[in-house]
Design a protein around this ligand. Structure first.
Ligand SMILES: [Zn+2]
Length: 625
């Protein structure tokens, strides 16, 4: 539970807050500690306590003591991205400078630079004092890296302070650009990871049992992310936000705890207006169904003026506390890997392509692990690797050793698959189905829509799917009367050593994300079935039932989340569903539903176990032994 305190909360009643946490059965408090505002008396110069903290009061210390007395752990929150005018007057070299040399000032606070001595020296003094003084269970850091936009959305550009200019010139032999390019993103990546490492070293040295959390993956013990909303964000909403964040964190850095905060507010302007109760509950179930922490955030204290989100979170927290034995140490048991581009390379990857594939896999009930980390391959078995927009050379070796790889992207793989003839940035045409036996899902169509980039491969008379390039679209008398079939493939299958590589050289994921056409889903289903016929899970469940297949010690956990309450910009209570048949690969003896307690009779035949869940409301957990 995170309380994002305001400076006016500095005199809060520790017993009251801890009582509220205990009542909702939260077992970790993430709370404001220092940085911009300290919630305890600090002796470090320019580390000012809140003006609302009485001179004789140590609020953070009081909360820490009260929480520990009730077995609740405390993670302190720091934000070093801004500090006071007094610090700026004394140490101008600590601060972010716009291209014209001006500081960035927001509500009286001056932005610091991650390359400057504030982050590199002063912050370590502040943290040393805090760690010496308080037996915290962890520290969390907000805003790690120079933000080029303030909270109001104003662009402040890139930092041109003396340190940034010197370091950038040393590294890239040029001046800092006006807008971030690949080199600049790499520069900021290195800076944030250097600081992350120095904070981590200090925490681990002074409090070896304390956890270290921030939004970066390196040097930390937990990977933080957020499920949040913003009013100007382009539609559609992303109802799998929490699943996406947690699945990716858990399977990119398997040793670390994913902590995906459910942000209760609508946008920065309305921190005290909450999103729908059902959206809050959905994110919380998604967090734990994917192996992450149950994590929820409020601005201010738990005494909210809009109580809907807290009231929605409470029963979920309490239910999970009663059943906590199922929710620690979960690992993905999925045999399909969805590979997404690494965040560290500075390259941009298509979020739409990735999300389209994420939806296709989820709606098909194919359990999958998301990873941006190639170190996975070879350490854990997968039956199929799907590359969304990024197909690194390691995939070739993986296939040659018997792996099955599906590349879904107009971006050419970083290893040879087929001869590229031309890269079309935008093709508005069709694909014609040539080999019907390969696409049983598409019996009612001969054509698939293509819109967007297409990488033309050398002609193949035997291609199962071939391009029909753009032709006349009007008036009706003229529609496509001039169209011509080609032998340009819409998909290629290639043997690679002991394995197989299939490449769909157009943006099936992005098209599905945008248009949700059943024909594209059918193509995807049939290609997956050809590469990977022995799926782990088959079910008659509605596509809006998300299922995750997890391992916990010797047992398996099947989580079902009902997303049927989501439509357009709304999240409503999900429609109850009945009679969900589940067939799992493997011979299991027992299936027990936990939320609506029941033993589900298991029928074993061949290598498969079948059972039926009689009813699904919002969420169900089935323990399979
Ligand atoms: Zn700087």
């Amino acid at each position: 539970m995170q309380t994002n305190l305001r400076e006016t909360d500095a005199n809060l009643d520790a017993a009251h807050l801890v009582g509220q946490l205990a009542d909702m059965r939260a077992n970790v408090l993430l709370m404001g500690m220092g940085g911009i505002t300290a919630y305890y008396p600090s002796q470090i110069e320019f580390h000012s306590a809140s003006p609302y903290l009485p001179a004789d009061r140590d609020m953070f210390g009081d909360v820490l003591q009260a929480a520990h007395a009730k077995g609740i752990r405390v993670v302190g929150r720091f934000d070093f991205s801004k500090t006071s005018q007094a610090a700026f007057a004394a140490h101008p070299e600590w601060f972010f400078r716009k291209a014209n040399g001006d500081p960035v000032i927001y509500n009286g606070l001056y932005s610091t630079c991650i390359n400057g001595p504030y982050y590199r020296e002063q912050a370590l003094k502040i943290l040393s004092e805090a760690l010496d003084k308080y037996p915290v269970d962890g520290l969390f850091f907000n805003m790690f890296g120079n933000q080029s936009r303030d909270y109001s959305g104003n662009d402040v550009g890139l930092c041109h302070c003396a340190v940034c200019r010197r370091k950038y010139a040393q590294m890239f032999h040029k001046e800092i650009p006006d807008t971030p390019d690949d080199d600049y993103r790499k520069f900021m990546f290195i800076a944030s990871r250097e600081v992350a490492a120095s904070f981590g070293d200090l925490i681990h040295q002074k409090r070896p049992r304390a956890g270290y959390f921030n939004y970066v993956q390196e040097s930390t013990d937990g990977i933080m992310s957020e499920s949040n909303t913003a009013v100007e964000r382009p539609l559609p909403l992303w109802p799998y936000s929490a699943s996406d964040n947690v699945n990716r964190a858990l399977n990119s850095e398997p040793g670390k705890m994913p902590v995906n905060l459910c942000m209760q507010f609508v946008d920065y302007w309305w921190r005290f207006a909450t999103v729908s109760r059902d959206e809050v509950a959905l994110r919380l179930w998604e967090n734990v169904a994917n192996g992450g922490a149950l994590a929820f955030e409020v601005n201010g204290t738990l005494d909210q003026q809009d109580r809907q989100a807290v009231e929605a979170a409470k029963p979920v927290f309490r239910w999970l506390a009663q059943n906590e034995q199922y929710y620690s140490g979960e690992r993905s048991a999925a045999r399909v890997l969805l590979l997404t581009g690494p965040s560290s390379t500075g390259q941009t990857y298509s979020q739409r392509s990735y999300r389209g594939l994420f939806r296709l896999l989820t709606e098909e009930h194919i359990p999958f692990a998301v990873s941006s980390n190639m170190r996975w391959l070879g350490k854990r078995d997968f039956d199929l690797v799907i590359a969304a927009d990024w197909a690194p050379p390691e995939l070739r070796a993986y296939a040659e050793n018997g792996g099955r790889v599906l590349v879904v992207s107009p971006r050419e793989p970083q290893f040879p698959v087929a001869q590229v003839v031309h890269k079309w940035p935008d093709r508005k045409g069709y694909f014609r189905i040539r080999d019907r036996s390969l696409f049983p899902s598409l019996r009612d169509t001969d054509l698939l829509m293509l819109d967007g980039p297409y990488t033309e491969l050398s002609d193949d008379a035997a291609a199962p799917l071939t391009l029909i390039p753009p032709s006349m679209i009007g008036p009706p008398e003229k529609v496509h009367v001039d169209w011509k079939d080609t032998q340009q493939p819409g998909i290629v299958f290639r043997p690679a050593g002991k394995g197989t590589i299939a490449w769909i050289p157009w943006d099936l994921g992005a098209l599905y994300y945008r248009e949700s056409l059943p024909a594209h889903a059918g193509l995807f289903r049939d290609v997956v079935d050809r590469l990977y016929p022995a799926r782990q899970l088959r079910t008659n469940a509605h596509p809006l039932v998300e299922m995750t297949w997890m391992q916990q010690g010797d047992r398996k956990l099947l989580h079902l989340i009902n997303l049927s309450g989501h439509s357009q910009t709304g999240y409503f209570a999900p429609l109850p569903m009945a009679g969900i048949r589940i067939r799992l690969a493997g011979r299991f003896k027992q299936a027990t539903s936990v939320r609506m307690p029941g033993d589900l009779p298991v029928h074993v035949e061949g290598g498969y176990s079948t059972f039926t869940l009689p009813r699904l409301t919002d969420y169900e957990l089935i323990v399979v032994n």
